[in-house]
Design a protein around this ligand. Structure first.
Ligand code: EPZ
Length: 421
């Protein structure tokens, strides 16, 4: 196991480049490996544990994949493997993305039932319901999901659950619908930037999709999808994380490779808290000329404030003058990081799906533990802002979604060392 030792009290100054979007490249790589007839080349792929895990899942299904620098070369599956095994799926929930494409392409799929994780139960009822709407027969047995269909048939469906649209279910059903007979209309579809990027990639493969970026996706089935060359969008959550890191250390950073359209709600809330964002064509300069103000934040599906930025903004609001309230409406258990921030001197109280944060003048370094990748990120940011030394354990969570995070931050003045236990 590895730990990060973060020596605090540093202001971040300089340019931080944003890598490719993890939550876009995962479904896009699945589509390339399973749905396409022909090699696809993906650029701007971040070097992450999750990308390597997905590569193992897809190679297990028979795809041939090469990762060179930040380019993925994907040769689709050339034989009838259709099982995504437990030991890989349990490592990464996004392995569930192979379910819909396998049924669409091979007529059957066997995927281990993904477990829950630190941020909540993570059900997949909407994935299953969407595929059943397309005519698949789905059975859950002995920890596996078995799905099969002679052929899928397009239909109209409403795919929103009790917590709003589902990113994963929208991706799974949209991918399956590209090869279904007839037209599929998905109402209540997720609109996250990575869902739009997946839809654009599928269109580049020859899929026929309308409504990209809206909550109504219309997919007219086609006979075949070809391999294609594509550049994945930059990671909105990584960019938001670096914006918070610049603000919490009261530094002066330029977050390069992000647009305001990708992070509308993050930008709005960061500015409401008193941080200054100066945009240009390639990114945004983050300065904090005055006190950070307490604000209220409610997470919601895109274009609302993303749940994947909830931990990070909580960290920043720990140092605000005044009180903030954060309502977590997407993953209701996603507050484990609050206890770790309190160990660093924050003053956070949890009340059901809400966190009440009373700003404190400063944080002090402490030994803390990452419970998921975004919790890990906020503890790095808090450690940089705190006085003294913070030792962050379970760093593997961070490596799932942040490419060389300590390198990028040390390049702008942080003092972070990675040590092996
Ligand atoms: C994706 O997870 C992301 N992961 C998550 O990011 C992100 O938190 C989440 O979307 C919300 O934006 C990837 O893209 C790989 P959902 P996903 O289906 O697809 C409920 C990170 O930090 N739901 O949009 O699993 C669910 O319980 C990760 O990068 C059902 O009820 O999320 C949740 O409350 C963490 N039934 C809500 O919908 C279902 O069948 C949204 O979940 C599916 C989901």
């Amino acid at each position: 196991m590895e730990r990060l030792i973060i020596r605090g009290g540093t202001k971040l100054e300089g340019t931080i480049p944003v890598s490719g979007c993890k939550n876009a490249v995962l479904p896009i790589a699945v589509a390339a490996a399973i749905l396409g007839d022909g090699v696809s080349v993906l650029h701007n792929v971040p070097n992450l544990t999750d990308v390597r895990t997905l590569r193992a899942v897809l190679e297990g299904l028979g795809a041939t994949i090469k990762l060179k620098d930040s380019t993925l070369y994907i040769e689709p599956i050339n034989h009838l493997e259709y099982e995504a095994p437990y030991d890989l799926v349990r490592k990464m929930r996004a392995s569930i993305y192979v379910l819909g494409p396998l049924v669409a392409k091979l007529g059957k799929a066997k995927v281990s039932f993904p477990g829950g994780c630190a941020i909540g139960p993570r059900p997949i009822d909407l994935h299953i319901r969407g595929l059943e709407h397309l005519g698949a027969e789905v059975v859950v047995q002995e920890g596996y999901i078995y799905a099969q269909a002679e052929h899928l048939v397009g239909t109209e469906m409403y795919l929103t659950g009790q917590h709003g649209p589902s990113v994963g279910a929208t991706a799974n059903v949209m991918m399956a619908a590209t090869l279904a007979q007839g037209t599929t209309v998905i109402r209540g579809a997720a609109r996250e930037p990575h869902i739009s990027d997946l839809a654009r990639f599928l269109s580049a493969m020859g899929a026929d999709i309308d409504g990209i970026g809206t909550s109504v996706l219309t997919i007219r089935g086609v006979k075949q999808l070809r391999g294609t060359e594509y550049t994945v969008i930059s990671d909105d959550i990584e960019a938001g994380t670096f914006i918070v890191a610049g603000a919490i250390t009261r530094g002066d950073v330029y977050v390069k490779g992000i647009t305001p359209q990708q992070i509308p709600a993050i930008s709005e809330k960061i500015v409401e808290a008193g941080v200054e964002l100066d945009w240009d064509d390639n990114g945004v300069r983050v300065t904090t000329p005055r006190e950070i103000r307490g604000i209220d934040v409610a997470t919601a599906p895109f274009p609302g404030f993303p749940t994947d930025m909830q931990a990070q903004i909580m960290g920043m609001l720990c140092l605000a003058s005044g009180t903030s309230i954060i309502s977590e409406n997407v993953h209701t258990d996603r507050f484990i990081h609050a206890a770790e921030l309190n160990r660093m001197g924050a003053d956070i109280m949890l009340d059901g799906g809400k966190a009440i944060i009373n700003g404190v003048p400063g944080l002090s370094g402490a030994p803390v533990m990452a419970s998921d990748l975004r919790a890990g990120a906020v503890l790095v940011a808090a450690g940089m802002a705190a006085s003294g030394e913070t030792v962050l354990s379970r760093v593997y969570h961070l490596d799932r979604g942040y490419e060389a995070i300590e390198k990028k931050l040390n390049n702008v003045g942080a003092n972070i060392t990675r040590v092996k236990d």
